[in-house]
Design a protein around this ligand. Structure first.
Ligand SMILES: [Zn+2]
Length: 74
């Protein structure tokens, strides 16, 4: 389902190229290592991605996402 990573600053939903506004940090409890995964989402797909995770009972934290900008560098 997912081909892009958070480094692209765009929505994780398939075929969506919108800039991310939300970050969903989730884990799969069935995986013992418990590594956190990060999805990014635009406003439109946030609910869809949350539902996807809720359906699988994966714990998820949703935060506002601000794209890092190079202009912040000194
Ligand atoms: Zn989207």
């Amino acid at each position: 389902m997912l081909s892009r990573g958070p480094q692209d600053h765009v929505c994780t939903a398939r075929h969506c190229e919108k800039h991310a506004l939300w970050r969903l940090t989730w884990t799969n409890p069935a995986v013992r290592t418990g590594r956190k995964k990060i999805w990014l989402s635009c406003e439109q797909h946030r609910h869809e991605l949350e539902q996807y995770l809720a359906y699988r009972r994966f714990p998820v934290e949703v935060e506002e996402y601000t794209e890092p900008t190079h202009s912040d560098e000194q």
